[in-house]
Design a binder for this molecule. Structure first.
Ligand code: G6P
Length: 584
């Protein structure tokens, strides 16, 4: 999964780079661009972030057209050979691709038999090798008819004055500005220079040129689409006084709370849920990936405490294999910051086959997930740039709490209005991070809500510090994971629930007697005797039970952040990961 941009206008190089910078959240394994100038291609590629590509470019810029790409490797190692753009055998056609071509091996062996030589291992190069010579709309149609899988493509040739495009499953948008044209994976690329844009649908293809935009449907007929206005806030946030976006975003938790209150106190916030009757449903599924899945688990608890309806949380990538009972009495809630996560979109498409009602919670309201859902709720987190989700998790949990309360007509804002999150005690968290940063393995344990917090804390730590970590239910340790405890292994105990504190403590002591080192994150007052069992104690501010997991995760997000910083890693761009995962 990757980001693509095509541009026609002045200063092609500069505008392609600006586009790539906006798309870097989709991957940063390598970046490349090609500009068509006087029937020749000017090509530049670099392994690593867009910044590396930028450094390789000279000052000379061009008027005309070009395409560019930022890569998150799926097929083939991270190398210059596999870096996009890819080229046809005669070198006349260049292409950038986001997605995965499922039948690329068959296509490749056919092409190899026809004496096409491959310089890399990507599925994308296979598409490029299907072109030679002049480009045309007929040729594009002919090629995409042979492709199976996901693709957003931008294609140029040395001779044509157009950028051709095609889309299936991967997002793609085209736009016209006063003196420029764009094709891109995300409207943020052109939001500053264009007022409106077209959302390209699956199966559509076409071209942009100074003459205008042409879009064709699957049947090859011209499609007169209605342009959408750009009315989203794309203001790119900057790091302000922070070294990293991640810390800035953690410290925006109260701003997010404010945004949510301001949004949901307006009557129109629930406008699209007016006709909605939750009593119609006998099952609720909450579906998401990664952090969004953990928010689903929190939401499940909120719903179960209030509604007399069975609720289940599912990992989007596993949903279709569960054989769950899904029908017109099922409400499926999809949670996704980006709204572009391929697994989550596929899960939504799956439940539509059973006539389930779909409701999505997104941070990007123009996203694919939002456009395909029956109902949409905005999580109002504001732009989140760090790959590891922090404030969006908090926002997802809060909006799920609001929704659970809204469903039973309980006042959903008063509790939040009187509340401020505490940002944790850095004077305690930083020394703990210094202590942990050289460890190879870390365990997290908890019960109930605290177990979900343990799952999310463990995910945060592993994704940005690369320390092996896992979360276990406190009570489950003795059924297997306890075998892993050895001398000095840090076990972080998350314990906010008074009703099961004694049991959790017993589980913690079982760890200690086997040499494990105990660390406590808790809002419960403890005496000296208990205190002595823990090497570090991080107190958490007490608040209403519903908000406790959100309050607690802030200190654990900070712990992950400071551990990554101690290890000299960039927490904003962890290796091998990307913010928006548009492949299954
Ligand atoms: C990626 C990100 C995670 C995120 C997950 C789901 O793995 O690195 O931070 O939780 O995708 O993303 P979504 O946009 O669907 O919430």
């Amino acid at each position: 999964m990757c980001g693509i941009v095509g541009y026609i206008g002045n200063n092609v190089k500069e505008n392609l780079i600006k586009g790539l910078e906006k798309l870097e959240y989709r991957g940063y394994d390598s970046a490349g661009m090609v500009i068509s100038n006087n029937n020749e291609f000017i090509v530049e590629k670099a392994v690593g972030e867009v910044e590396k590509l930028k450094k390789k470019l000279n000052d000379k810029d061009y008027t005309g057209l070009g395409i560019a790409h930022t890569r998150w490797a799926t097929h083939g190692e991270i190398s210059i050979n596999n870096c996009h753009p890819h080229f046809s055998s005669d070198g006349n056609v260049a292409l950038v691709h986001n997605g995965i071509i499922e039948n690329f091996e068959n296509l490749k062996s056919y092409l190899e038999k026809n004496e096409k030589y491959f310089y890399g291992q990507t599925d994308s190069e296979v598409i490029a090798k299907m072109f030679d010579g002049e480009l045309s709309l007929n040729k594009i149609k002919d090629v995409i008819d042979k492709l199976k899988g996901a693709y957003a493509l931008a294609i140029i040739s040395k001779k044509n004055d157009e950028i051709f495009f095609a889309k299936n499953k991967s997002p793609l948008y085209v736009a016209k500005g006063d003196d420029c044209f764009y094709v891109a994976s995300d409207p943020s690329v052109f939001s500053e220079r264009c007022q409106e844009f077209y959302s390209i649908e699956d199966g559509e293809y076409g071209c942009i040129s100074v003459q205008g935009i042409e879009i064709y449907n699957k049947e090859g007929k011209i499609n007169e689409k209605i342009a959408k206005e750009i009315d989203f806030d794309f203001t790119t946030s900057n790091k302000e006084q922070y070294n990293h976006f991640m810390l800035k975003e953690i410290n925006e938790s109260n701003k997010v709370l404010e945004n949510i209150i301001a949004f949901y106190e307006k009557e129109e916030a629930f406008e699209n849920l007016k006709s909605f009757d939750v009593k119609k449903y006998n099952r609720i599924y909450l579906v998401g990936c990664g952090t969004a899945y953990h928010a689903g688990l929190i939401g499940e608890k909120y719903f179960k405490e209030r509604l007399n309806i069975d609720c289940f949380t599912r990992k989007a990538s596993e949903f279709i294999y569960q054989n769950d009972i899904i029908n017109e009495n099922s409400l499926c809630i999809f949670i996704s910051q980006s709204g572009e996560t391929a697994d989550t979109i596929s899960a939504l498409e799956y439940v539509k086959n059973f006539n389930a009602t779909t409701l999505s919670l997104v941070n990007v309201t123009y996203s694919t997930l939002a456009s395909k859902s029956d109902y949409v709720l905005n999580i109002c987190a504001g732009q989140e740039k760090a790959v590891a989700s922090t404030k969006a998790y908090l926002a997802q949990c809060l909006v799920l709490l609001i929704l659970a309360k809204y469903f039973i007509k309980e006042d959903f804002l008063s509790v939040l209005k009187d509340f401020q999150f505490d940002y944790g005690n850095d004077d305690l968290i930083i020394p703990l991070a210094k202590h942990l940063h050289n460890h190879e393995k870390i365990f997290f344990i908890g019960r109930g809500f605290d177990y979900i917090t343990a799952l999310e804390a463990s995910l945060k730590l592993k994704e940005i510090s690369y320390i092996f970590s896992c979360a276990e239910c406190s009570g489950e340790l003795k059924h297997g994971s306890l075998a892993l405890i050895d001398n000095g292994l840090p076990v972080i105990v998350i314990a906010n629930d008074e009703s099961c504190f004694a049991k959790t403590l017993n589980n913690a002591y079982e760890v200690k007697s086997r040499g494990g080192e105990l660390i406590l994150f808790s809002s419960i007052d403890i005496d000296k005797e208990i205190e002595n069992n823990f090497k570090y104690i991080i107190p958490i501010n007490k608040c209403k039970d519903d908000l406790m997991p959100i309050q607690t995760i802030i200190s654990l997000q900070k712990l992950a952040y400071y551990v990554a910083v101690e290890r000299n890693l960039n927490p904003d761009k962890p290796r091998n990961l990307a913010k928006s995962v548009t492949v299954e």
